[in-house]
Write a protein that binds this ligand. Structure first.
Ligand code: FES
Ligand code: FES
Length: 195
């Protein structure tokens, strides 16, 4: 079957998708977007988290056909998404389809902080600054989940953060640095919008 959907704000299609194929497989293997990680493929670890119509989901548990006509945001489009959200419509995603991250741009995207690197979203920068990245395997899923949390709750409590990230497992950091990173991103976002 052919699946039409929007990935990082741009319309895409995938051909010859078989019925049992996951959204994660389509993103990684057909579209060349390996940011969403394949760790357990059973909905247990959250490494494959993407947003589907704005809601964080485990892409390994979503059949590609279920994405027909829907909006997918991956970690490769997160910086653009966050920047556009801040500039154009604070507090929500973009349904206009006229903006977003093209496939080639998304494939080439790398987190390279500094003046020569692409701009990072607030959560991406905070994860780096708080030392919340070690092997980085869990990081894409955490970033997508944390960004959605801050969109919904710009000033989350620790309980909010723990609940929002409860489906994302990290084998390296012990979570304290990750919590610090989300707190830092929230504080910076709050400071940036304060009149
Ligand atoms: S790879 Fe999807 S939840 Fe682990
Ligand atoms: S940083 Fe290695 S699994 Fe989280």
């Amino acid at each position: 079957m052919r699946v039409h959907f929007t990935v990082n704000g741009r319309p895409q299609q995938a051909d010859d998708v078989w019925e049992g194929e996951s959204l994660l497989y389509v993103l990684r293997e057909r579209m060349g977007l390996p940011g969403s990680k394949n760790a357990c493929e059973q909905g247990e670890c959250g490494s494959c988290t993407v947003r589907l119509d704005g809601v964080p989901v485990c892409a390994c548990l979503v059949a590609a056909g279920q994405a027909e006509g829907r909006e997918v945001t991956t970690v490769e489009g997160l910086a653009d998404y966050a920047r556009h959200r801040a500039d154009a419509h604070p507090g929500s995603g973009c349904a206009a389809r006229g903006c977003g991250t093209g496939l080639d741009e998304a494939r080439a995207w790398q987190a390279a902080p500094g003046p020569d690197g692409p701009p990072l979203s607030p959560v991406q920068q905070a994860f780096i600054d708080a030392g919340a990245v070690q092997c980085g395997f869990c990081t894409p899923g955490l970033l997508v989940a944390a960004d959605e949390l801050l969109e919904q709750r710009p000033s989350p409590s620790d309980q909010d953060i723990r609940e929002a990230l409860s489906g994302n497992l990290c084998r390296c950091t012990g979570y304290e640095k990750i919590l610090d990173a989300v707190r830092l991103a929230a504080a910076r976002t709050k400071a940036a919008v304060r009149p």
